[in-house]
Design a protein around this ligand. Structure first.
Ligand code: TPP
Ligand code: SF4
Length: 342
């Protein structure tokens, strides 16, 4: 390389997605910008030997989230885990894959247990110890929702992380209030005039968390691990109640190929069905633009839970799914004007 090339390389404007947004590749970024996972000093909080299915998005998300939190807190993290896949596949007692102080709560009370741990640390005058609660969407949006709302409104000093695989996976893929409309689950079969989960049900816990006015709320995805780490580190820099909702594909429950986990997570974002945004004290502060907009069919087609949508008589329902994505795109201003123009 001659001097001119070096100068060009030094001043070349890199688009963010060229710098490892969708992969863990870090070669093009400065050391300070590299992913926590790229560092030999990462804590390996969730280490190998666990029993998650091949391609489990939840295992990947938890590893990145907790390692990022560990870095931000200088290794002083206590994790409280609701019942669910993340607890079952990591900790078949007396074995565990966690290398972090870790407590299994009940299915529905992770937020309350974490609030108690945070109170204990306050009484013991251990401000350096930071508390995380985590669980699946069933444990968060359904059975644990009352405890979570209480943790929010009291502004307890806890970061709650929900790994959203859009159903109760650990017990055999039952519908939760985070299951998308039309999805087939064990309790929403693909039969009858409205096959799969019905429209007009469910809830958006990220939006509900924003409405509590807590210090920080973010949605994240395993398709964008730099962004996920950044949000966890940002949350760990704040005190009070914080909430991060991570979209984690589940090959078993979604009927998808294990090698498609990252691709599907990315398509969920690019279709507009899973908007990435942040909020502070009840106000939306930003959203992540869609780089390459795609129709929802591109995301839904590779998943067997949506197979019935691609029979012609279900065209209307596919259009209704597209309408949900279009509403998200408008609400969170997700289209990158620069890319759209170009
Ligand atoms: C009070 C109570 N009800 C039901 C169960 C059974 N149960 C254990 S894990 C689970 C599903 C967990 O689903 P989710 O929270 O979405 O996490 P995932 O397994 O999908 O990661 C259920 C129903 C339980 N342990 N306790
Ligand atoms: S069922 Fe889904 S969430 Fe549970 S371990 Fe398997 S891939 Fe992960």
């Amino acid at each position: 390389m001659n001097d001119t090339t070096i100068a060009t390389a030094a001043t070349q404007k890199l688009r963010f997605y060229q710098k490892g947004t969708f992969t863990v590749g870090n070669r093009l970024v400065s050391e300070a910008e590299r992913a926590v996972q790229a560092s030999i000093d990462r804590s390996n909080a969730l280490t190998c030997g666990h029993r998650a299915c091949q391609g489990c998005g939840e295992a990947l998300g938890a590893r990145y989230a907790i390692d990022a939190a560990m870095r931000a807190a200088g290794g002083n993290v206590i994790a409280v885990n609701a019942t669910g896949c993340l607890e079952v596949f990591t900790t078949p007692y007396p074995e565990t894959s966690w290398q972090v102080p870790w407590i299994h709560s009940l299915f529905g009370n992770a937020a309350a247990v974490a609030s108690g741990v945070a109170a204990a640390m306050r009484i013991k005058q251990r401000p350096e110890v930071r508390v995380i609660a985590q669980g699946g969407d069933g444990g968060t949006t359904d059975i644990g929702f009352g405890c979570l709302s209480g943790m929010f409104e009291r502004n307890d000093d806890v970061l709650y992380i929900c790994y959203d695989n859009e159903a109760y996976m650990n017990t055999g893929v039952q519908r939760s209030s985070a299951t998308p409309p039309t999805a087939r689950t064990a309790t929403t079969p693909a039969v009858g005039p409205e096959p799969g989960n019905v429209f007009g049900t469910g809830k958006s816990v990220p939006r509900i968390a924003v409405a509590h006015g807590i210090p920080y709320v973010a949605t994240a995805t395993v398709a964008d691990l730099h962004d996920l780490e950044r949000k966890v580190i940002k949350a760990m820099g704040l005190h009070g109640a914080r909430y991060i909702h991570i979209h984690v594909p589940c090959p078993l429950g979604w009927g998808s190929a294990s090698h498609d986990t990252i691709r599907l997570a990315r398509l969920a974002v690019e279709s507009g069905l899973y908007p990435l945004f942040e909020a502070e004290y009840g106000v939306i502060t930003g959203s992540r633009k869609i780089r390459r907009p795609v129709p929802v069919a591109e995301y839904l087609r590779p998943q067997r839970r949506f197979a019935h949508l691609f029979k012609t008589e279900n065209d209307r329902r596919l259009a209704e799914m597209q309408a949900i994505a279009d509403t998200n795109i408008a609400e969170f201003n997700l289209l990158d004007q620069e890319d759209a123009a170009g």
